[in-house]
Design a protein around this ligand. Structure first.
Ligand code: ADP
Ligand code: MG
Length: 679
């Protein structure tokens, strides 16, 4: 039997029994071998008295008092009665006719099964039974429990797997050196132990080996295809980067070490041999924008156009305004154009003429910019801002779009380094770890709705001190279908509650773009004291004078989103405050809100988010289906991931054609054959 054989070569799996296996995605012998148990069960010691509660499993030992069979609803029902230390226990089986003959009254057996109570009488439904000697051999042994698929039982899978394990020759494809260096279990032993663990220690070694291999194969195949991809040579010429110094000198602050580092990385890229892609990650408020602007200025200064794309109109407009004031301050003559869905008519025509003209300029737009048929001439840099739902697929699409331009992605979701290594394969990464040091850490509180009065008092105090505030509601207007505060009513309510000289604004997605811009610029200029908004304000909006934010129905939002929202305040020097209103009425505090209260550190939040939701969900990867590990867990196995990555790098640098590892090459070829025919 071979790993690439069809499962019907396994004894007992004919065309008919193969159907449920195929439903479970098992086509080849190899698929069965890698159909891992979702958990294991252990047979417990026999209990002398039955103390198990409803739903728990127990093993009891007693002689059968009587056993009889009846028919009901077209089924044969076999019942037996036991007496365990004076307690009556009933056993029930369905459609197991042979039982009446094999279970002899008066003889002691061990019965193992789930307990349910009929009144006060415990009952074991469909229990397994063993002779005492047989059971003793099983106690403490871990047995596989497989993911449930209709028509497949653990027994069926177990039998097939045992046969495969005994008949297939599993060849080790990793070298002894690698196994030794990373202390990995051999492949045959790993497969045996993942299905039928000898003990807990072997199981964890088996898990480790298989997780390592999953990471290893993933990284290796991506690396191999990256090696085949041709690098685009950088023919843009030598860049004069002196403009950066001028910009820096004009700023009211000094760049942080992380900002300087990221900028220098970019400048080095521009003067490098090849066109590159870079991810700049930094928590909200770490100051990514100025880094982007400096790099754009370098492009313009050297005769090239650059584009920056934002996820929302509000943010695009903010970038546009800031770029305008930057060029004005520095006296630079760089045409700056805005291209969003709402720039229409003459303004749009002019913007398009500008991008097609080849005159070095700044182009600002929403993410849709690249989907549209915008003609660019002389484009050399594309920056994508606030791309925190950035999946592997989008990344590839982006690279496809602009193979000959530098691309930079800025993300506020700090992804643990090991994880970004996988997600952004082949991309360069700069991380801004610190926030400008002048800032005081945000003060957080989770409050009950009854404390709103105190919260409003804080808003008034801050406004009196010359600052501004933001209140977030989940909804735009009252809705029949959704519960929660809405901006329209909240705005009215607030006007009646707060002193009349305090100016209040409102902002939400469905407003016209002119209206949104007007509201935002009133808030940015300080004309509006308090802004009531939906989450449209979430991404990137920068008003350093805002010092207090309150998020209504906070329990309804996701962790990452709440962290983004509170990042709208605390961007200046003054102390800032964030209040999460938990309207759930629940006595136990929400886990997510507790995490946010405990820390302002985006890395910590991202890790907590990963733990609670699983890495795939947190970053939109699971849906994209690009990364499907069966055993490995990107978060919990991050140390292993780092090892696998190190191993792959070393291997490819020494032996890019894998000449020294023929077994590995063979495995990769076979695997790609399997996955192609599964499509
Ligand atoms: P983000 O990384 O979230 O995009 P921004 O680029 O919007 O952050 O910067 C947040 C605020 O911090 C802005 O008001 C910006 O002017 C300010 N800022 C940026 N860098 C520094 C610095 N080195 N020192 C002080 N303030 C800074
Ligand atoms: Mg930003």
């Amino acid at each position: 039997m071979n790993l690439n054989d069809d499962i019907t070569t396994i004894k007992g799996i004919g065309p008919k029994t193969a159907a449920p296996f195929r439903r479970a995605g098992i086509f080849y012998v190899y698929d069965l071998l890698t159909y891992y148990p979702s958990t294991y069960k252990t047979y417990p010691e026999v209990s002398a008295v039955l103390t198990a509660e409803e739903g728990e499993s127990a093993a009891i030992c007693a002689p059968v008092k009587n056993i009889y069979e009846r028919c009901a609803y077209g089924k044969t029902i076999t019942t037996a009665a036991l007496s365990v230390m004076g307690l009556s226990v009933n056993l029930v089986w369905f459609n197991q006719r042979y039982l009446k003959r094999s279970l002899k009254p008066g003889i002691r057996y061990v019965f193992y099964g789930r307990v349910s109570y009929k009144g006060r009488t415990p009952e074991l439904v469909q229990p397994q039974y063993f002779t005492i000697a047989d059971y003793q051999k099983k106690v403490g042994v871990k047995l596989p429990v497989y993911p449930k698929v209709f028509g497949l039982t653990d027994k069926l899978i177990e039998k097939a797997v045992r046969q495969v394990l005994s008949e297939v020759n599993i060849t080790e494809y990793l070298s002894d050196d690698i196994l030794e260096k990373y202390q990995l279990l051999g492949l045959p032993s790993a497969f045996n132990n993942i299905h039928f663990p000898e003990n807990s220690k072997m199981l964890s070694k088996a898990r480790e080996r298989i997780a390592f291999d999953e990471f290893f194969m993933f990284l290796l195949s991506h690396r191999l295809s990256a090696l085949e991809e041709e690098k685009v040579p950088n023919t843009l010429g030598k860049f004069d980067t002196s403009i950066c110094e001028k910009i820096k000198a004009s700023l009211p602050y000094k760049l942080t070490k992380g900002q300087d580092g990221a900028l220098n990385d970019l400048l080095r890229d521009f003067n490098g041999k090849y066109i590159t892609q870079r991810l700049i990650q930094g928590d909200v408020g770490s100051g990514k924008t100025i880094v982007a602007f400096c790099s754009m200025a370098v492009m313009a200064y050297n005769g090239y156009t650059s584009a920056i794309m934002a996820p929302t109109e509000v943010l695009a407009n903010q970038h546009y305004q800031k770029l305008l004031s930057l060029t004005k301050r520095l006296g630079l003559e760089i045409p700056t154009v805005l291209l969003t869905g709402h720039v229409k008519g003459k303004a749009r025509r002019e913007a398009l003429e500008q991008t097609a003209s080849g005159v070095p300029s700044f182009v600002v737009g929403t993410h849709a910019l690249f989907q549209e048929k915008v003609q660019f001439k002389n484009l050399a840099l594309v920056i994508t801002d606030e791309q925190h739902r950035f999946g592997v697929k989008q990344r590839n699409a982006l690279i496809e779009k602009g193979r000959s331009v530098f691309s930079v992605v800025m993300s506020a979701t700090p992804i643990p380094r090991t994880l970004s290594l996988i997600l952004y394969q082949g991309m360069n990464i700069s991380t801004i770890t610190e926030k400008p040091s002048v800032r005081k850490p945000l003060k957080n509180a989770v409050i009950d709705p009854s404390l709103r009065k105190n919260a409003y008092a804080l808003f008034v105090r801050e406004v009196r001190a010359g600052h501004q505030g933001i209140i977030i509601c989940p909804l735009v207007e009252p809705s029949e279908n959704a519960e929660g505060e809405n901006v329209e009513e909240y705005y009215e309510k607030l006007k009646n509650t707060l002193p009349s000289d305090i100016t209040i604004g409102k902002l939400y997605g469905p407003m016209s773009s002119e209206k949104k811009d007007a509201v935002m610029s009133d808030f940015a200029s300080g004309k509006t004291d308090i802004l009531v908004s939906t989450t449209v304000i979430e991404v990137g909006v920068d008003v350093p004078n805002a010092t207090v934010i309150m998020i209504e129905d906070a329990q309804k939002f996701g962790l990452a989103q709440l962290h983004q929202l509170r990042g709208r305040v605390g961007r200046g020097d003054a102390q800032a405050y964030c209040m999460f209103v938990d309207t759930s009425g629940s006595k136990t505090p929400s886990k997510r809100l507790e995490v946010l209260k405990a820390s302002n550190d985006g890395f910590y939040i991202a890790n907590a988010d990963l733990k609670m939701r699983g890495p795939g969900d947190a970053f939109g990867v699971r849906q994209s289906g690009d990364i499907a590990f069966k055993i490995a867990d990107i978060y919990n196995d991050s140390a292993l991931l780092a090892k696998a990555s190190e191993c792959v790098e070393k291997l490819l640098s020494e032996d890019p054609e894998l000449k020294s590892m023929p077994e590995l090459k063979k495995f990769l070829t076979e695997e790609s054959e399997r996955s192609y025919s599964n499509l």
